[in-house]
Design a protein around this ligand. Structure first.
Ligand code: MG
Length: 169
């Protein structure tokens, strides 16, 4: 059985994961409007991944005999108005999520729930990958600058990304 303190912390993080999906869905609209289909594909996969992250925790709380309580999802705010600025926000957001996973693990540590810690290790590794992949796109966007042809090449590249449903835990 999961402790009520850890249950609450998981419920908070489920909300953050679904907020992430919502934020990426909002960012996707920017690229839809610009007709950059590769970026649209990249964000579409982000949305699916974040939903899977949320569902992974949703299932886990149930598996541990806890109660899932869904809260309201905040209105997503897209701060940037260029692909570069949007990816700067994506990286900032992923770093925030990493800090929240760490905080969730602190709670699991506090209540000495080693099973939860082991489960959450997957999320920690996933965050390392998320930050690296977003950081890579950001670096390319910085190189591209105002070069529209190079932006279209990156768009083509991002269009090749495929969604592999994550195996969590
Ligand atoms: Mg996530």
């Amino acid at each position: 059985m999961i402790s009520s303190k850890l249950e609450q912390a998981f419920n908070d993080q489920i909300n953050k994961e679904f907020y992430s999906a919502y934020l990426y869905l909002a960012m996707k609209t920017y690229f839809e409007e610009k007709n950059l289909k590769g970026f649209v594909n990249w964000f579409d996969i982000q949305v699916q991944e974040e939903r899977a992250h949320g569902m992974g925790m949703y299932d886990y709380v149930h598996e541990r005999g806890g109660k899932v309580e869904l809260g309201a999802i905040d209105k997503p705010v897209v701060e940037g108005s260029t692909p570069l600025e949007i990816f700067e926000q994506v990286l900032k957001h992923e770093e925030f999520v990493t800090s929240r996973i760490n905080a969730l693990m602190d709670v699991a540590d506090e209540v000495k729930d080693r099973a939860a810690l082991s489960f959450l290790n997957w999320y920690l590794k996933e965050q390392v990958e998320e930050e690296a992949s977003v950081g890579g796109v950001l670096q390319t966007l910085k190189l591209i600058g105002d070069d529209k042809k190079a932006l279209l090449l990156l768009d083509k590249d991002l269009g090749t990304r495929v969604f592999n449903p994550p195996v969590i835990g």
